[in-house]
Design a protein around this ligand. Structure first.
Ligand SMILES: Nc1nc2c(ncn2[C@@H]2O[C@H](COP(=O)(O)OP(=O)(O)OP(=O)(O)O)[C@@H](O)[C@H]2O)c(=O)[nH]1
Ligand SMILES: [Mg+2]
Length: 642
């Protein structure tokens, strides 16, 4: 038997029979507060559990059940805020319309909220069928649903008084769940806390609907936005202990380390410490059904509801001064208190006096820089058209941002790391982006970087034909705006084609260093001077008189005709070779000798022998122990014979 987990929430006008229906479906009265009992209305969220058998299906012959967590919301206009907190992560809504009352203001407002939140399917319960003209009301409801995403939604007449329609409703719900994909596991669990309370002997417990990933007992979690870390002592779903909570489960978490002052409704429990955002780039949508509501002007303050919380925000419209009913626009929401938000999340916007729901939003970018150009913003905003499209999300990210870190890209989004990586690889295969382990870049941007580097290398070859190549530090200085990681990837990429890295320089593969005629004389002079007293040459300072001498010496060093012992002393390669031979001979047979003994053998000076022996140590020929030198043992145990 397969068990699938879903979340269902009620919706609809006050007093239309939502809670009574939940009780009839589940046996649980979702109204739990004394004040709710006294006033006969729902004030805060209520919860219940419904087990449904899946309808038999040829596609899915294995019997399965739906374990449905029900969130019962208040219908009263004063508690819309609570209603929104209840429906942030639902799979299906049960819109309740009473036969005696028909379509009412909060039926409409709740319907708009469901639409803004991207709820795909609803079932309509036409309640109190014992009190009204079912056929007429049904036609009116159908009329209202026209041109909404729910035009085809089933409408099921019910009466808890007469005990009618409950079984029909159950099978309508089961058919809907059968058509839904189970909630996604993208490896990024988030639980928006809707209740926090203390239980005797257990301590602090919080509840919420788990989305995006799993949680296990013993897991370390982080409570945001206050960034408090805690351990999960135990997990429950619908009063049953579990070791593992999955997406789509109503989940109770015991967090005994925390006090009630650490956690409350509106907080988010996550497994990774994500960043909080204070500016959200969104596409705002206003229902065409909003009547007699003034346009939203840019600069307006409003409440932004997200998950189980809300924050006051300033709405900055990007391309227009005002947003009327039936329109949508790109906007930036500047939050007074930062929230943990993912790209792809949906929001509800209510006016500052909390009287009306004025818009819905889809987040397409987090904490964007003000410098982001409107073209890039518009590109990112196309995500709102197909928020589940991973290829679109990845392509727009790379296109708008130019260069990204593939490991962290869209980390705060509703896609898994694997989905993101696969989409990046596909773009790379098609030549749309450059992709390496640490860097992803739009091909256009990458080519520009490559061209710029190539031009600098070429310019250096031209200006200094005697040089082996352009010094990497010098090249790096011309790429101040990119990170070290990106620069490294650029050099690796260049080295895979027309360029070659040699030591600390980079050059065209075709480049052969050659001394320009005007430096030939300097070269000859250096050669002659060094060869005159090969084992005791003049110091660099005395050797070099002008810039040409410097360039010529550098050429000879790069050509390996001259060996650089240190910043003071250079030798001809021939001299260095002879000296090395004498040292190896003297030390072979496991002998050792002091610097002074070796100096005498070679007939050189102390000024030269010390840096020379240090050079031999450096290149692995000799090793120094106290005052004496020995040949370095190679790994095989044999003596180096270089
Ligand atoms: N005649 C009749 N009355 C009903 C039926 N269902 C509910 N009621 C009554 O309608 C009233 C409101 O029912 P609730 O279930 O509390 O309504 P609600 O939609 O949950 O209200 P709020 O949560 O406050 O928005 C109660 O007095 C119920 O007894 C029904 O099928 N027939
Ligand atoms: Mg109720």
């Amino acid at each position: 038997m397969i068990e699938k987990h879903f979340i269902l929430a009620t919706a609809g006008h006050v007093d239309h029979g939502k809670s009574a229906l939940v009780k009839a479906l589940t046996g649980t009265d979702p109204d739990r507060l004394p004040e709710e009992k006294a006033r006969g209305i729902t004030i805060d969220l209520g919860f219940a559990h419904l087990e449904l058998s899946a309808p038999p299906s040829t596609f899915n012959p294995q019997p399965s059940t739906f374990s449905v967590g029900i969130v019962d919301v208040p219908g009263h206009e004063d508690f819309v805020r609570n209603m929104i907190a209840g429906i942030g992560s639902i799979d299906l809504a049960l819109l309740v319309v009473a036969a005696d009352d028909g379509w009412m203001p909060q039926t409409e407002e709740h319907l708009q909220i469901l639409t803004y939140l991207g709820v795909k399917r609803i079932v309509v319960a036409l309640t109190k069928s014992d009190l009204g003209r079912v056929d007429i009301v049904r036609t009116k409801i159908r009329e209202q649903l026209k041109e909404t995403p729910f035009a085809e939604a089933p409408i099921i007449p019910t009466s808890v008084r007469a005990g009618e329609g409950i079984e029909n409703l159950k099978s309508a719900l089961a058919s809907e769940f059968a058509a839904l994909f189970p909630p996604r596991d993208i490896g990024k669990p988030r639980l928006f806390v809707d209740r926090a309370f203390k239980l005797q002997g257990i301590g602090t417990v919080v509840t919420g609907t788990l989305t995006g990933g799993t949680l296990r007992t013993g897991d370390t979690v982080s409570v945001q936005p206050r960034n408090i870390s805690a351990h999960i002592r135990s997990l429950q779903t619908h009063g049953r202990d579990v070791d593992l909570a999955q997406p789509g489960m109503r989940t109770a978490i015991s967090l005994p380390e925390l006090g009630l002052d650490h956690i409350k409704r509106g907080d988010v429990i996550v497994a990774t410490a994500y960043g909080l955002s204070s500016t959200l780039d969104v596409v705002l949508t206003r229902s065409a059904r909003l009547q007699r509501t003034p346009p939203i002007k840019s600069g307006t303050s409003a409440y932004v509801h997200h998950g189980t919380t809300r924050a006051l925000a300033k709405i900055i419209l990007a391309d227009t001064g005002a947003l009327s009913a039936g329109e949508n626009a790109i906007a930036q929401l500047r939050l007074e208190t930062p929230l943990l938000v993912f790209v792809g999340d949906r929001l509800i916007v209510r006016d500052a006096s909390e009287q009306r729901t004025i818009a819905g939003g889809l987040v397409f970018d987090l904490d964007s820089k003000d410098s982001r150009r409107s073209k890039e913003r518009a590109l990112l905003a196309t995500r709102a058209v197909a928020p589940d499209d991973i290829a679109l999300a990845v392509w727009t990210e790379v296109s708008a941002k130019g260069i990204i870190d593939p490991a962290r890209m869209l980390e705060q989004s509703r896609f898994s790391a694997t989905e993101i990586r696969t989409a990046l690889e596909r773009l790379a295969e098609h030549g749309e982006i450059f992709l390496s382990e640490n860097v992803g870049a739009k091909m256009l941007v990458w080519r520009e970087l490559r061209n710029r580097a190539a031009q600098l290398v070429d310019a250096d070859h031209k200006a200094h034909p005697e040089r082996r190549g352009l010094d990497l530090n010098e090249l790096r200085a011309s790429f101040a705006s990119i990170s070290a990681q990106v620069f490294d990837a650029l050099i690796v990429d260049l080295s895979q084609t027309d360029f070659i890295r040699a030591g600390s320089t980079i050059a065209r593969r075709s480049h052969r260093a050659s001394l320009p005629p005007e430096l030939k004389a300097a070269q000859e002079k250096i050669r002659a001077t060094l060869s005159a007293k090969p084992f005791d040459p003049p110091s660099r300072k005395d050797l070099l008189n002008n810039e040409r001498d410097h360039q010529a010496l550098r050429f000879l060093i790069e050509q390996e005709e001259v060996v650089e012992l240190n910043s003071e002393i250079v030798l001809t390669r021939a001299a260095a070779e002879q000296m090395r031979k004498v040292v190896v001979q003297t030390l072979s047979g496991n002998c050792s000798a002091t610097a002074s003994q070796l100096r005498q053998k070679i007939d050189t000076t102390r000024r030269v022998i010390i840096p020379f022996l240090e050079y031999l140590d450096r290149i692995g020929v000799t090793q120094r122990t106290g005052d004496v030198r020995q040949l370095r043992e190679t790994k095989s145990g044999a003596v180096a014979r270089r």
